[in-house]
Design a protein around this ligand. Structure first.
Ligand code: ATP
Ligand code: MG
Length: 417
């Protein structure tokens, strides 16, 4: 058996040898090794038998699965040419196999995110990410080369090696039925959030009137308690705003209004964010600074959204930095298309277990130093949405107890030709 031979190989030989049919192999191998570490010899022998059995069986059922599954399966090579499609893919893409195979994926798939932004050629392209970073388990996007007849789908991307060429297996599942149910849920969440926003804003307004003395003089104790109440209400307002933002984006109603943002406006925007956070940073003994060059080209951005993304990153940087630390906002041009804006802190760093999850909605670390900081785990998910809607990317570099830098790219303004 091939699997047995592979067991005696160097890891690099094993890589060289992998192929599509062997793709079933590593999965089987993986489940085997889990058993092997936990069990004794007879169990290991049983595992080997199961491997061989599964492997032989797979040769029979995989072609049938490929032909009959309702999921569309498309195999593409590393240059993004379609190499194979199954019948479900032909149905989904509305063409015969001969019209699809051999074409590049932008002419066949036309992936766009849920807000209609084309992903081809960007770092958000699922194929690119699958090939670079490993399997992509599930991602929702719009598929179709014509926006008017595109459908909402869930895709998974699995990189494999076929005849020594890097390829990606792109599996597409139509979400139309599921979407109807989701739409009902999203509408409900959106409606509730909207209905909560108005009474919360009026409570906030009245608290402000009391605090400013318009309703008569208050004792120090009353002022203190009303101050706490205001903080709580503001937290709720911000949560409701964040949820509204997410649900709007989920139903494709979030769009950025990009315009030319001159360097002076960018500097002003950064200074506004820094000034807003100054009292909070002072309270926790964190120094806020900026590091911006003398001049930078204009950006093509929605200034309000840009400010929102930056605000979320600066809020985090202050929150996850111990007293005596520093938070720096910097900006630099990276090439003739993009500028990078970074927020660097000297804080706790992001624990390894949390690194792949921090951009997920409602994700917060369990780390004892970070879990007591409040919030809802939405700030980074929102920043990511905003940045990607501009056609940029967001990433971070982190070192435990040394600090973290979150950076995002924003396109430069291009003069109309
Ligand atoms: P919210 O933003 O909704 O108030 P939050 O700050 O917990 O809550 P995110 O901004 O989405 O949520 O951040 C998610 C998690 O990522 C945080 O809970 C924290 O564990 C981690 N994190 C984010 N920024 C940093 C940072 N600069 N340093 C260390 N950990 C961070
Ligand atoms: Mg946050």
């Amino acid at each position: 058996m091939r699997k047995r031979i592979q067991k005696n190989m160097r890891p690099e030989q094993e890589n060289e040898q992998s192929s599509v049919s062997e793709h079933c192999g590593p999965d089987v191998e993986q489940s085997h090794s889990v058993q092997a570490t936990n069990n004794t010899k007879p169990a290991r022998a049983r595992g080997a038998f199961t491997d061989a059995f599964l492997y032989r069986k797979s040769e029979q059922y995989l072609p049938a699965l490929f032909a009959r599954t309702s999921d569309a399966i498309i195999t593409l090579d590393q240059d993004f040419f379609v190499r194979d499609v199954n019948p479900a893919a032909c149905t989904a893409l509305g063409d015969v196999s001969s019209a699809l195979v051999g074409h590049r994926c932008p002419q066949v798939l036309g992936c766009r995110n849920l807000n209609q932004i084309p992903l081809c050629g960007t770092s958000s392209c699922p194929l690119e990410r699958g090939l670079q970073q490993g399997p992509l388990p599930s991602e929702e996007l719009l598929l179709g080369t014509h926006p008017e007849d595109s459908s909402e789908v869930s895709v998974s991307v699995t990189p494999v090696t076929i005849s020594r060429r890097r390829c990606a297996i792109f599996i597409v599942r139509n979400l139309s039925a599921l979407k109807v149910a989701n739409q009902v849920r999203t509408n409900f969440v959106s409606m509730v959030s909207h209905e909560l926003r108005n009474p919360l804003n009026s409570i906030h307004g009245f608290i402000e009137l009391f605090l400013q003395g318009h309703m008569g003089e208050l004792t120090d104790e009353q002022l203190t308690y009303l101050g706490y109440t205001r903080e709580g209400v503001l937290q709720l307002v911000s949560l409701v705003e964040d949820i509204l933002f997410m649900t709007r984006s989920d139903v494709g109603q979030f769009e950025v209004r990009q315009e030319e943002v001159h360097f002076q406006s960018l500097v002003r925007l950064i200074h506004q964010v820094i000034s807003t956070f100054r009292p909070q940073a002072f309270k926790v003994e964190v120094v806020l600074r900026d590091d911006i060059p003398e001049e930078l080209p204009s950006l093509y951005a929605d200034p309000l959204r840009l400010k929102q993304a930056l605000t979320n990153l600066v809020a985090n940087a202050i929150k996850y930095t111990p007293p005596g630390g520093t938070v720096t906002v910097s900006a630099q041009q990276i090439d003739d298309r993009f500028q990078r804006i970074s927020v660097t802190d000297t804080g706790y760093g992001i624990p390894i277990a949390d690194r792949q999850h921090v951009f997920e909605r409602f994700y917060q670390s369990d780390d004892s130093r970070q879990s007591k900081m409040g919030g809802y785990g939405l700030g980074l998910a929102i920043a990511k949405l905003i940045v990607e809607q501009h056609g940029g990317t967001i990433s971070f570099d982190t070192h435990i107890d040394k600090g973290t830098t979150f950076s995002f790219t924003i396109p430069l303004y291009q003069e109309p030709s």
